[in-house]
Design a protein around this ligand. Structure first.
Ligand code: NAD
Length: 495
């Protein structure tokens, strides 16, 4: 599957070429084109949205009981797992990520479908305390057609996190992968399509519509039949989508950017902290919304900790994602690599010291790829642009702090509030800091661990709404109240 030309996309249950501007996908490890994807146009989006609205209303889907829908989700999970090796190879070619990571992402997508199936089978509507001669109930119903828009950094995992709960909730989905990385989402679409066809359900329940954000993404968000938006991506895009959603009065969940603090207290287990700080930023080559990209170290430990960190970062193995020894793979695209390099130049011009990295690696192996060396910078105040803006690459900024109040002030001095890491042996300090830092997720003596069973949300400009967790399906449903009269006496007003 990894080098198969994908010249068809999934529009309203049919595989055909899109009528939008074609996209040439490129393997960032060597710069070679993989294939041309015939992307969607606004007319394709309209066709997919109409077919999706019909699919939602089809009795075979509309009346399918939750435990039967759960069976469909289980089947999708199984199929993803069966195809994990091909999905991983495809994603590594398209995104540059290591095979270890892309395999884990494929398996996590399978796990998301299974967890969602279990949540669906056990989700309960409620009978509320009656306050009159009626039975009162609160029930949940599908919203209709959902737009799911994703970034390029972890396509299949973020696809599953939206598509699984949306289908579980009884909806249909228009999925838009990022322009640079459509391939794995298209392969995922084929698997879902196969299951829907086998189960004799409407195949238009999922369309996969690659293309430019401002064209295809915008056509999805503004389409009158799209009644709920699930978005993951940058804060600027998220804000624009929120405005459109507000105009349409439809709910939107927004998982956005981050510049997360990772904190090493003076009482930390240094070995554990070194490994965690490196993994928290340099895994995925720093292209992770939750990357611990601002390192705060207590001043008493700062020089020795940062010195040792730099020694170890220099030894990280940079290479193609297909090499099992690689720790830091190429960035997703040459244009993104250049944007990361510009941030390091900015750090230099702001007066920062580049302690290691700060360049494209030398050598034949790296010449054609989108590589950038893992980089550590210090000597900048937290107010510097390099410390405030999301770089989304293998660039760590290190800052000392003096005491807890100074730490909390600096860590929270950010527009973002996505994640935080705390390295300490002091349980009381961990508790205090975990509650004082503005972050949707806090890791204590670990970092970048994820579980579908734990809700994931954000504070400040990092987003709105929650994904994952037992209630993940509810955010793709509408709540309805029923009052069911139990008394035959006419209401007193009438008499
Ligand atoms: P992006 O905002 O540029 O694009 C995200 C998606 O939105 C893409 O599919 C894009 O085509 C689409 N899009 C762009 N403009 C649009 C518009 N006007 N209308 C509708 N859709 C539009 O982000 P990116 O560069 O692809 O991804 C990186 C960003 O994603 C980073 O900021 C990162 O932090 C964030 N991210 C957040 C999370 C999270 O869970 N909080 C997870 C992963 C990535």
């Amino acid at each position: 599957m990894s080098r198969t030309p994908v010249d068809e996309i999934l529009i309203g249950g049919c595989f055909r070429r899109g009528t939008g501007t074609p996209i040439v996908t490129v393997d960032p490890a060597d710069g070679r084109p993989i294939t041309t994807v015939h992307a969607a146009s606004p007319a394709d989006v309209d066709e997919a949205a109409r077919a999706a609205a019909e699919a939602v209303a089809t009795p075979a889907w509309r009346d399918l009981l939750p435990h039967r829908r759960a069976r469909v989700l289980h089947r999708i999970g199984d199929l993803i797992e069966e195809h994990a090796a091909e999905l991983s190879a495809l994603q590594t070619a398209d995104t540059g990520k290591t095979s270890t990571e892309t395999r884990a992402l494929a398996l996590s997508a399978a796990g998301t479908f299974r967890y969602t199936a279990a949540a669906l089978e056990t989700a309960e509507d409620s009978i509320t305390p009656s306050r009159g001669p009626y039975v009162t109930m609160s029930v949940h119903e599908p919203i209709g057609v959902v737009g799911a828009i994703n970034p390029w950094n972890s396509p299949i995992a973020s696809d599953a996190q939206k598509v699984a709960p949306a289908l579980a909730g009884g909806n249909a989905v228009l999925l838009k992968p990022a322009e640079w990385t459509p391939l794995v989402s298209l392969a995922f679409g084929r698997l879902v399509h196969q299951v829907l066809a086998e189960e004799e359900l409407p195949t238009a329940l999922l369309s996969v519509l690659p293309g430019k954000g401002r064209v295809v993404g915008d056509a999805i968000v503004t389409h009158p039949l799209v009644k709920r938006i699930g978005f993951t991506g940058g804060t600027t895009t998220g804000r624009a989508i929120a405005r459109t959603a507000a105009d349409k009065l439809v709910p939107a969940s927004l998982e956005l950017g981050g510049k997360s603090p990772t904190i090493v207290r003076e009482d930390a287990d240094v070995e554990q902290a070194l490994a965690g700080v490196m993994f928290g930023l340099f895994s995925s080559s720093g292209q992770s919304c939750i990357a611990g990209s601002r390192l705060f170290v207590h001043r008493s430990l700062y020089d020795s900790f940062v010195g040792e960190l730099v020694e170890r970062v220099r030894k990280l193995r940079v290479g193609p994602g297909t090499d099992p020894d690689t720790q830091v793979a190429p960035l997703v695209h040459h244009r993104h690599r250049d944007a990361v390099a510009e941030y390091v130049d900015l750090a230099r011009s702001e007066g920062g010291r580049v302690l290691c990295g700060g360049a494209i690696p030398d050598g034949e192996r790296y010449a054609a790829g989108a590589y950038y060396l893992p980089t550590v910078i210090d000597g900048l105040p937290n107010t510097a642009r390099t410390c405030q803006e999301e770089i989304f690459g293998p660039v760590l900024v290190a800052l000392p702090y003096d005491d807890e109040d100074d730490l909390v002030r600096q860590a929270n001095d950010s527009v973002y509030g996505l994640a935080c890491g705390i390295w300490t042996r002091d349980a009381h300090a961990a508790w205090r800091l975990a509650r004082r830092i503005d972050a949707g997720t806090v890791w204590i003596n670990t970092y970048k661990q994820f579980s579908i069973s734990t809700p994931f949300g954000a504070m400040k400009d990092s987003g709105l709404g929650t994904e994952k967790g037992r209630d993940l399906i509810r955010s793709y449903q509408r709540q309805k109240s029923l009052y069911w009269g139990t008394d035959t006496t006419p209401l007193p007003w009438a008499g």
